[in-house]
Design a protein around this ligand. Structure first.
Ligand code: SDX
Length: 431
């Protein structure tokens, strides 16, 4: 790609600084500011990195104005309609859609690695029954480096592949073990005759006392939600995985850092917060009051599931999930879902409101997903864990891309220092 020069005139020194401007294959180009400090003695300032490209990446592209999302160039709408989560995992990890044989081999490898080390299973007994599932999942994933230290050479492609398949395969099992621990129920082992989503539902809802038939509608809905949550460019948790990984730490610890970041209510924790918010609003006649609270600068209340750093038009994932809500609720015979009705009404009222229009606040991926999880029988406290299961492939794909990127250096931002200038110590009896 041809590079151009962007001239910066430093009024303080009268110097002109040339910055290389580089285009991407699509979307905004970048100004390479790596020489800026050396030539001007100044840093760039961008809290929250809203205008900063932290890396080059070929995995996911988002156009926030058009409401576009592509995984390796494939529009998410096409993958949602035609693909499976495991096929999307292969695409994100390896860059191309797999042939039939490649997919069969990948599927087989993942199925054959779903069980946990029995000692790892015993870690769950160390948590109180009311521990938040995200705390358990973050802790157990972080412990994986203690169990698999024989394959954590980040410079060995074979180790990177083993790590990728292993963590993808085990995340649903770890999630199910956390869920069963909160329920006080026996852990259900994975079954190799079930596909990814079916296996998760089996491990969640089967009990040893009787046989359990996975509902294909629920499995299909879950697979769709996993596809839609699989990756999203340099979001907070993915950037956290890249930052942690840039120090050379083992990949399991980097993923555990991503899980911790995802938990925040401003990020993946929003899906749990949306359901709690909808239940708190309770009825359509109380919506106006909460929309007013969301607009009040002095009120910390925000409409959870609304707004996005990048999407300033609709979030394509929310549109697909809203459509799926109707289908799933009908297919599982839940024609009435007061929460879904409330969510639809809240969206309608908010999108008519000047404040939301002016600030370009639309429902995001978290606004409707909880309605489906709830309809599948998954408790609210597990919603962000579901997000983590799906996003693991995105985290792993970005970690792998970073490890082999020749531009990768340890992440170490600078600051604008606004603290005290140098001063001398004063003895306590003179203060
Ligand atoms: C995810 O980055 C990703 O890609 C994330 C994600 C992914 O797939 O990885 O898409 C997943 O995290 C989706 C977002 C889930 N979070 C929520 O639904 C929580 C509610 N939303 C907000 O907290 C907020 O919209 C963020 C965190 C999503 C975005 O925050 P930004 O980009 O920093 O925007 P901002 O907080 O500066 O808001 C801009 C303005 C502010 O008003 P002013 O200061 O300009 O007057 O919009 C207001 C905000 O007060 N605003 C809201 C609002 N979101 C923003 N006002 C009311 N309700 C809201 N939800």
């Amino acid at each position: 790609m041809s590079a151009k020069t962007f001239q910066l005139n430093d009024s303080e020194t009268g110097k002109t600084v040339d910055l290389e401007a580089r285009p991407g294959t699509v979307g905004p180009g970048v100004l390479d500011v790596r020489s800026l400090y050396a030539s001007t003695g100044k840093f760039t300032y961008d809290p929250g990195f809203a205008a900063t490209a932290s890396c080059e990446s070929g995995i996911t592209y988002i156009d926030g104005t058009k409401g576009l999302l592509m995984y390796r160039g494939y529009p998410v709408e096409q993958l949602a309609a035609n693909s499976s989560f495991l096929e999307v995992c292969y695409l994100l990890l390896y860059g191309e859609l797999p042939t039939g044989d490649e997919l069969a081999k990948f599927d087989d490898t993942v199925r054959m690695h779903t069980m946990l080390n029995e000692t790892m299973l015993r870690l769950f007994n160390g948590f109180h029954h009311d521990a938040h599932p995200m705390a358990m999942v973050a802790g157990v994933v972080g412990s994986m480096s203690a169990f698999y230290h024989d394959t954590t050479d980040i410079h060995d492609p074979r180790h990177r592949d083993i790590f990728a398949h292993r963590i993808l395969a085990k995340m649903p099992t770890i999630a199910a073990a956390a869920y069963k621990h909160t329920m006080g129920q026996a852990f259900m082992y994975p079954r190799n005759d079930l596909n990814y989503a079916e296996n998760l539902l089996h491990m969640f809802f089967a009990v040893p006392a009787e046989s359990y038939e996975v509902d294909p509608v629920s499995a299909e809905a879950l697979d769709l939600l996993f596809i839609l949550h699989a990756d999203h460019e340099q979001n907070c948790s993915t950037s956290t995985v890249r930052m942690a990984g840039s120090s050379g730490t083992n990949p399991y610890s980097a993923i555990a850092a991503g899980i911790a970041a995802l938990w925040g209510p401003a990020h993946g924790g929003a899906n749990e917060a949306v359901l709690n918010m909808l239940e708190h609003i309770g009825s359509v006649d109380r919506i106006e009051k909460y929309v007013a609270k969301a607009k009040d600068k002095d009120d910390p209340f925000r409409l959870m599931g609304f707004g996005h750093r990048v999407y300033k038009n609709h979030d394509p994932r929310a549109t697909i999930i809203r459509g799926a809500c109707h289908k799933v609720l009908e297919k599982i015979g839940r024609t009435d879902s007061p929460l879904f009705e409330l969510a639809l009404k809240l969206e309608e009222i908010a999108l008519r409101d000047e404040y939301f229009i002016e600030k370009k606040l639309y429902p995001n991926v978290d606004f409707y997903s909880g309605i489906i999880y709830r309809a599948l029988g998954i408790p609210t406290s597990m919603f962000t864990v579901m997000f983590a299961i799906a996003r693991t492939v995105g985290w792993v794909s970005h970690w792998r891309e970073m490890i082999v990127d020749p531009d990768t250096r340890i992440g170490r931002p600078r600051q604008l220092y606004i603290g005290p200038t140098a001063r001398d110590y004063v003895d306590v009896d003179k203060r």
